[in-house]
Design a protein around this ligand. Structure first.
Ligand code: FAD
Ligand code: NAP
Length: 451
């Protein structure tokens, strides 16, 4: 058995960091980890997905910082698998490669008008307000009175809440300045969140539903008639986890409240699916069909309604993207695997290739879910190392390959320089950080004299 083992982990979100942490904790074999990310910044969706008004959740990055400070850890930011380095090149250089690249795109609704200007995947809006450098050129037209959010997950609630925050609520966050300005100037009065099934089937969680009711600048509107449960939903509620009942309690509270006449309103509607997004050159409305539940599924009735709106956010889930040279299950949007061991075309295990996180199990679960998931992968990887399954490595160090290729990679010290720069800009403003959000700014900050 080779000792130390050298492992490349591709993707520095929660799954990548938990995998790195698990590997570095191994005593026999000892393991060295190179963590590769296409961005100059680590943490994946913790930096670029988690809502900026949830700083306590973003604080999980402190646990990742501890992992990064361990001996045997190196960060290679600004290195994209498929652009700067191939799977085969990693396989030659490392005893094992773990893919933890998350889910980089959105699921489609498949309705006419989905591609109209003004119809956006939530993925893009989230990446924009969080300062993802690939999304800063986008312009969201918030000059219309109604915005529609499709989906009943926590991301849909993030989008609705961000649109509803007041200047005072946005000011102490690390939302980008462009997004703060756009949301403050928005003329949106109603944010309509549309779920295809009922309140019992919604995917969101109680804390997130409950905080809607705390917003300073938005009433929450729920039609009490939509909370009357059909017999199947009532039965489902009986055996559902307590969180579902707590969701319902919040919704009942909102339905009973008299609107306070706040500047904006978040209206939660259930049992409706989009049939078409309407407009000639941009979004002008959305056609919804009323659904009924049949065996837990949303089935369209003939009852249709058109609602005027100026912007639509499709928040119906993220989706994994194929990596060149790595097997991909297109239907599932994941890397085919057995508990994290990557499988080839004939579903045979590919020695030395593993996956973790959203690319392993699909785009669901909170940050902590990825710890258990990555731990499972790491345990199997170490088991394979001990039983001699891993193949010989031969290539030179990744650093040499990148240098030969002229790829300027960002070391962990480079990220620390970005971090210090952002925190320094935020401090006098009482904000956790002011994010650098363009590639040029980010890369320039890594070249500060100390990095
Ligand atoms: C909008 C949103 C808000 C969320 N809010 C919360 C929350 O409040 N609390 C909570 O517990 N969970 C939250 N989650 C869930 C949580 O973020 C995920 O469970 C978690 O981030 C998934 O981890 P991951 O490592 O699999 O993927 P990611 O976090 O997406 O990390 C993947 C990493 O891989 C990198 N990468 C991708 N392709 C390549 C490539 N080709 N080469 C190199 N690197 C690559 C990416 O740049 C990224 O850094 C949220 C999710 C979303 C989408
Ligand atoms: N604060 C937090 O903890 C937080 C914040 C954000 C995200 N997250 C987590 O990140 C993960 C991803 O969140 P997510 O919101 O993207 O996904 P999600 O939880 O899977 O929710 C997706 C929603 O889209 C709906 N949907 C899917 N296809 C649809 C269609 N064709 N038409 C209409 N609706 C459709 C789903 O309805 P059906 O149920 O009917 O399929 C569901 O309501 C989740 O695990 C979430 O909890 C956590």
């Amino acid at each position: 058995m080779r000792d130390p083992l050298r492992v490349a982990v591709v993707g520095s979100g929660p799954a990548g960091f938990y995998a790195a942490g698990g590997l570095l904790a191994s005593a026999e074999p000892r393991v060295e980890v190179d963590l590769i990310d296409r961005l100059p910044t680590p943490w994946g969706l913790v930096r670029l997905g988690v809502a900026p008004d949830h700083p306590n959740i973003k604080a999980v990055s402190r646990a990742f910082e501890k992992i990064a400070r361990q001996p045997g850890f190196r960060f290679f930011g600004n290195v994209e698998l498929g652009r700067d380095v191939t799977h085969d090149e990693l396989a030659e250089r490392y005893d094992a490669v773990v893919y933890a690249v998350g889910a980089q795109t959105d699921r489609q609704l498949g309705v006419p008008g989905e591609e109209l200007p003004g119809s956006w995947p939530a993925t893009a809006f989230v990446a924009w307000y969080n300062g993802h450098p690939d999304f800063q050129h986008l312009e969201f037209d918030l000059t219309h009175e109604r915005a529609v959010v499709i989906g009943n997950g926590n991301v849909a609630l993030d989008v609705a809440r961000m649109l509803a925050l007041t200047p005072e609520e946005l000011a102490p966050t690390d939302t980008t300045d462009a997004a703060i300005e756009a949301i403050n100037d928005a003329r949106v009065r109603e944010i309509l969140v549309v779920g295809r099934r009922g309140p019992v089937q919604a995917a969101w969680t109680p804390v997130e539903v409950g905080e809607l009711g705390e917003l300073a600048g938005a009433d929450v509107l729920v039609d009490p008639a939509e909370l009357e449960l059909d017999p199947a939903s009532a039965a489902e509620l009986e055996s559902a986890p307590p969180t579902v009942r707590r969701n319902l309690d919040h919704l009942r509270d909102y339905a009973a409240r008299a609107p306070a006449g706040k500047q904006r309103a978040i209206r939660l509607r259930f049992f409706a699916s989009p049939v078409a997004i309407l407009g000639d050159t941009r979004v002008e409305g959305i056609e919804l069909v009323r659904n009924e539940l049949v065996d837990g599924r949303a089935v369209a009735t003939g009852e249709r309604a058109t609602i005027q709106c100026g912007i639509v956010f499709r928040s119906v889930g993220y989706r994994g993207v194929a990596l060149p040279g790595v097997p991909f299950d297109d239907a599932a949007g994941t890397v085919p695997n057995e508990r994290g061991r990557v499988l080839g075309r004939g579903r045979e295990k590919l020695p030395g290739v593993y996956c973790a996180g959203w690319i392993k199990r699909g785009p669901s679960g909170v940050i902590g879910t990825n710890k258990k998931d990555a731990t499972e992968t790491v345990e199997l990887l170490l088991e394979d190392a001990r039983s001699g399954v891993l193949q010989e490595r031969s290539g030179e160090d990744l650093e040499q390959l990148l240098a030969d290729r002229g790829v300027v990679h960002v070391l962990y010290a480079g990220w620390e320089a970005i971090d210090a720069d952002e925190r320094g800009r935020g401090e006098p403003l009482g904000r956790p950080r002011v994010k650098l959000a363009t590639w040029d700014e980010l890369l320039a900050a890594t070249r500060s004299p100390d990095s």
